[in-house]
Write a protein that binds this ligand. Sequence first.
Ligand SMILES: Cc1ncc(COP(=O)(O)O)c(C=O)c1O
Length: 475
Amino acid sequence: MKTPGSLNLSDREIERAGGMLTELLREYERSAPSGAVMPDIDRGVLGGLLRGPFPDEGIGIDGLFREIGEKVLPNSTAITHPRFLAYVLGPPNGIAPFADAIASAINQNCNFWQLSPAASVIEQSVINWLAGLFGYPDSSGGIMASGGSMANLMAIATALRHRCGDAFLNEGLQSMRSPLVLYTSSEAHRCVEKAAAILGLGLGNVRKIPVDSSFRMRTDLLEEAVRGDRAAGKTPFCVVATAGTVNTGAIDPVDSIADLCAGEGLWLHVDGAYGALFVLGRETGEALLSCGRADSVALDPHKLLFMPLEAGCLLVRDREDLRRAFSFSASYLSAEQDPLFVNYMDYGPQLSRGFRAFKVWCSLRAFGVLAFREAMERTLRLARYMELRILEEERFELLAPVTLTAVCFAVRGAGDDGNARVLKALAEEGTALLGPVSLGGRSGLRACITNYRTREEDIDLVLERLIELDGELHN
Ligand SMILES: Cc1ncc(COP(=O)(O)O)c(C=O)c1O
């Protein structure tokens, strides 16, 4: 037990804790593919954690690691498992946990540069790398965010400030005589509507434009909606297109939407949280380059670049737009300006900010971008493989074209309930976790391959078990 008040570790304790951490990481990595995807939750243990007293006395480093091993790890979902195929969520790359540990140790506050000089430059460097993928100009900029939801919210706030000028800051939306209208597709992620609601736009001023048979926003209907709103005395201000919809991975026709936005004077934001980083892929790259025509793009290194949560990012074509939306002065926050550094408190709503860019920078420096491209392309190939297997197997039907790594399908004839039951049974037996999907009134299953560990054998096993489980559930 440590002397009360002593919060540092001795040299011996650092070695001991480091050794146990290394062992934990090694064992977690080794056992990831063999365990169950969903933990067999021990409610007693979790209830104990919930009701545990505020600890006056510590249990020490050995006690802590024991508790983590006995109580936390066995009750955690195995996101790293090769058959965790739900949502858009994958394992961290191997170096990222080390980068996170270093970021914790140096505890830079990435708000103004005097508290984080190297971090400010590294964040700029990561932003520049990412902006470069879309051919963004030198005037561009951006900021690391907690994820796509926050990046989308910041983008819409930036669009509002851009559209309304100082009136947005000083009088706010309350002063607008004509309601501002935002457009997105019926397949957009719900965080777009959530952001509009949080920002006070009102859900009644969000138009969900219908999609075509490939689940992409219909530009003709978008144009009609914009014209209709103008005729009704409303003020269209922003379109949120999606590059990689969460359900099917569909990529909205960003080029034609960008043309329309340019003609109508609308801010174009692309929610690329799922798909934009496929710009790195040799076969997918071209389809995503058009994201660079947008005024802003949200993307998520914690999805396609295998970063641990949280690592999202907002890019903007003109960084002055970000500064105008988020820069606030206060006497106790008078940061010096220096052309080498960005004061990130001026680019987003947070003041104290962690060093999120560090894990991205470390991972790209350690492995090189080609390794990430290879891992990402493997997930794309596996999605194609799964699509082919589904098309070959008469017990399944494909519910949507496979554009990226999301595969939406159904067990033929099982009905909505039957599909929900096999999905549950597959998770309960610990084989795999897929997600539910609802498309055009049909319910089915969605697998999203976001794991560099997943192999063809994993896909084969999932499909075989689904057929068997469907049979068992009918008998
Ligand atoms: C298209 C899209 N937008 C936004 C989000 C939300 O991103 P985050 O979970 O990083 O906030 C997701 C998440 O899957 C997504 O797929």
